[in-house]
Design a protein around this ligand. Structure first.
Ligand SMILES: Cc1ncc(COP(=O)(O)O)c(C=O)c1O
Length: 501
């Protein structure tokens, strides 16, 4: 069956069908997708269809085959990645944008919110007020864009335009050993090379050591390489550590080097009065990134870069004039949304076609406001502290890294156990298979930790104690030599309470 052009006037009906299926999914009473993979693969694995089956039949497959076999990541007990399920308003705003404003080009109500929401984020996260932003697909691209600006500045100061001419000699980035690997990839993409990332040592809490950075910057003065940027973390991926931003920013500027802060995960932590002081020095940043698709609960695909001077981004990333757009827009008038291409975001980064992400961030913040987000961040940070307090108080638990933000790294300990890393790895695998509390693991100073990262909008306080309880139960069983198969028996029964939000 084929229906072209696509039908109009049916969205309300299909949204109800879709909404019901997604609400059911979010109760997590279904088994994990990998419990019975043959069931959904046998429906989905087909040759390219030569004729269509029509929207009703596709909706049937979407609601009965895809959605019930979706990801475990949106489960409130999933604390493994710094990724969450989208909040309801985030998902709805994304859908609205996809239908009503499929580009951030042209001037309309959706694209208007691009700039306003970026400005809101500057205010919310206390960034230098003059900073201007750009959305992209996530933290990796946001870092790439920021470091592209850094590269532009570093080589322009030597009379070279790297965007036009390429780079004539080696440049380098300074980042701690706890930095996200998207920094290394950005170095590769920007033509600096992965080996241009000079690793600066961290202290036992995973924070960059300013004295080590200073030594390296001093040594490098004599070397023939251009310092492009110093990268600091406002919330590392493994442990949530926040580098000493003020000391690092001061050093970067003393050595005439761009100061970049990766706050993909941790920037919203500044909303929590208990940790706000750790962000002192953010005001020195030349660029900062944050991922609304992490703590803000946006659907995946939204990162943001902020710089002091967007003209620099334009010089680094401009597309150049194009015949295909010649005289399509007047720019001068505003009688029609197509008259004006709007702010040239596509010249500030690496994407031309891009969704209107600002409307999603606008919707998230309109729904709960700065106070609502602050409450969420404080709740998650308190949950990490709660895990640490329980671990401190229990003879069979040990904190390996005290929480700065919403991550707590801890492990089960058993007297006489010859290999605690192996024991904790088994506990972790059993947790994931049971499907109620699903943290990740991380190596902390060489020891394997169980690592919950609480960022999900649907993740409530009871999840912290539920995780600790389950680790204790499993630890006791596995330390006594129960076979891993016994752990797997308690298959993913998905006994989560219904989700109302
Ligand atoms: C500190 C940090 N920076 C960058 C990234 C990359 O973000 P994305 O996965 O959105 O590309 C992550 C991802 O977890 C991160 O934790």
């Amino acid at each position: 069956m084929t229906t072209e052009p696509a039908e109009c006037g049916k969205l309300a009906h299909y949204l109800t069908v879709l909404g019901n299926a997604l609400d059911r999914f979010l109760t997590f009473r279904h088994p994990d997708a990998m419990q019975q993979p043959a069931r959904w693969r046998s429906v989905l694995e087909r040759p390219l269809p030569s004729s269509g089956i029509g929207i009703d039949a596709v909706m049937e497959e979407l609601t009965h085959t895809l959605i019930p076999n979706g990801s475990a990541i949106p489960n409130p007990g999933s604390t493994a990645f710094i990724t969450t399920g989208a909040t309801t308003i985030g998902a709805l705003a994304t859908l609205a944008g996809a239908v009503a404003s499929p580009q951030r080009l042209t001037l309309n109500a959706f694209t208007f919110l691009e700039e306003q929401s970026l400005d809101w984020l500057v205010e919310l996260f206390r960034l230098p007020p003059a900073m201007k932003g750009l959305y992209s697909s996530g933290g990796s691209v946001a870092n790439l864009v920021a470091l592209g600006a850094a590269r532009q500045q570093a080589f322009e100061s030597l009379g070279i335009d790297p965007a036009r001419q390429g780079i004539p000699g080696p440049g380098c980035l300074y980042a701690s050993s706890a930095s996200h690997h998207s920094i290394h990839r950005a170095a590769a993409v920007l033509g600096l090379g992965r080996e241009a990332v000079i690793t600066i040592a961290t202290d036992p809490q995973g924070r960059m050591i300013p004295a080590a950075l200073e030594r390296q910057l001093e040594e490098d003065r004599a070397r023939d390489r251009v310092p492009v940027a110093v990268v600091a973390n406002a919330g590392t991926t493994s442990t949530g550590a926040i580098d000493p931003l003020h000391a690092i920013g001061t050093l970067a500027h003393r050595y005439d080097t761009w100061f970049h802060v990766d706050g993909a995960y941790g920037l919203p932590g500044i909303l929590d009065p208990r940790v706000r002081h750790r962000y002192a020095g953010l005001e020195l940043a030349d660029s900062v990134i944050v991922d609304p698709h992490k703590w803000l609960g946006a659907p995946v695909g939204i990162g943001a870069t902020f710089v002091r001077d967007r003209a620099l981004l334009q010089r680094a990333f401009t597309q150049g004039a194009s015949d295909y757009l010649e005289r399509s827009c007047t720019q001068a008038t505003a009688h029609h949304s197509l008259d004006n291409l709007g702010i040239p975001y596509s010249d500030f980064g690496v994407e031309l076609s891009a969704p209107a992400r600002g409307a999603v961030v606008w919707a998230l913040l309109r729904e709960i406001g700065a106070d609502g987000l602050r409450a969420r961040v404080c709740r998650h940070n308190a949950m990490a502290r709660q895990v640490a307090e329980r671990a401190d108080a229990h003879p069979h638990l040990e904190v390996l890294q005290r929480p700065t933000l919403s991550i707590c790294c801890f492990r089960y300990v058993a007297a006489g156990c010859p290999d605690l890393d192996a024991l904790n790895a088994r506990i972790h695998r059993a947790l994931v298979r049971h499907g109620r509390n699903m943290p990740s693991t991380a190596l902390v100073n060489g020891q394997l930790a169980i690592r919950p990262c609480f960022v999900g909008a649907r993740t409530g306080e009871s999840q912290a104690s539920a995780l600790v309880d389950e680790v204790l139960t499993l630890g006791e069983r596995l330390a006594q030599g129960a076979s891993p198969d016994t752990d797997m028996d308690a298959s993913n029964s998905g006994s989560m309470p219904p989700i109302t939000r």
